[in-house]
Design a binder for this molecule. Sequence first.
Ligand SMILES: [Fe+2]
Length: 348
Amino acid sequence: MELGKDSLETKTEYTFGGTLKSTFSAHPKIDPAVGTLYNIGYSLNTGPGDLAVIKCKNDGTVMSKIHRPPLPGLKLYHDMAISTKYLIVPVIPYGVINNPIALLKFVVGMASFGTEMRWHGDLPSYFMIFDRETLENVATVQVPTFSSYHTCNAYEQEDGTLSIYLAQHRGDREKLEAKFRDVFHSVYQPEDDCDVIRYDLSTRDWTFRTRTAVSSCALSMEFPVINPSYLGKPFQYYFSPALRQPGYFHVYQKVNVVTGNVLTYDLPEGVYGNECVFVPKASAGSNTVVSAPSDEDDGYLLACLYDGNVHGGGLLILDAKTMRQEALLSMPNPIPFHFHGTFVEDVV
Ligand SMILES: [Fe+2]
């Protein structure tokens, strides 16, 4: 949608000149060097479950290719990652799989997107790998079954390893989805959420090598974010909301994926967090140039909060180096849980 810059009024639907024949996920990735935007979506005019891989350049040109992923039927594609050469899409066995009647109900509009989807833990997971230039599917690599919504980052190493970091669920996907269907009455447990897991693939023969948890000290979490300048490159830190005990996110954590060290910030009693956004200090008005590895955490974390004490909203600003609070601002209205956000420079 196009919104008025000052009024935020809805102006028009932006359709990329009518070139997109697919949906557009909430997790596009922008190459920090050239600004090219990559995304995925569901094809709207081929088979149900066909995957659209999309590239939007700064000059407004859009390239999109349709692919048929492994596992039959309609899977939930939610997020993707980019490395220097590749676009990586996790395909997990959650969806309307091997169930033509449920698929028909969805296609003719008798069932919603989520109600017919099921977890199939006896089936594997995959990473589909696409060339970032051509959007061709260069490989589809089968890996041990995992459940996930969100990726964290990916990069290639000199020895031909492609490392993919994602938020992997600790527990049962069906139980988690049941909680999402009754979100106002559900209590989240640490075992419902995720750990960041690193998957290593060989790009020489496109085989799965290893999967490893990046930290044994990190809390159960979701929505990992990094300094956007490090997208697709080796990185040290992810930041996320997290929980120590049942309830909702009441901690923010900074995890060093190299050493496993963790720094945390606890929210005040009755205040709960959501996805945070990393804003490099260079974007936040200082003259710092973010390029050296030591600058990776030189920025602020912004997070919209829910203050249950007054049924209001809040904005938290943390120093990403120290995880100390810079500001905690009140807002009149809460932002719904699970909304994704972004930081736009120079709007006001
Ligand atoms: Fe998401």
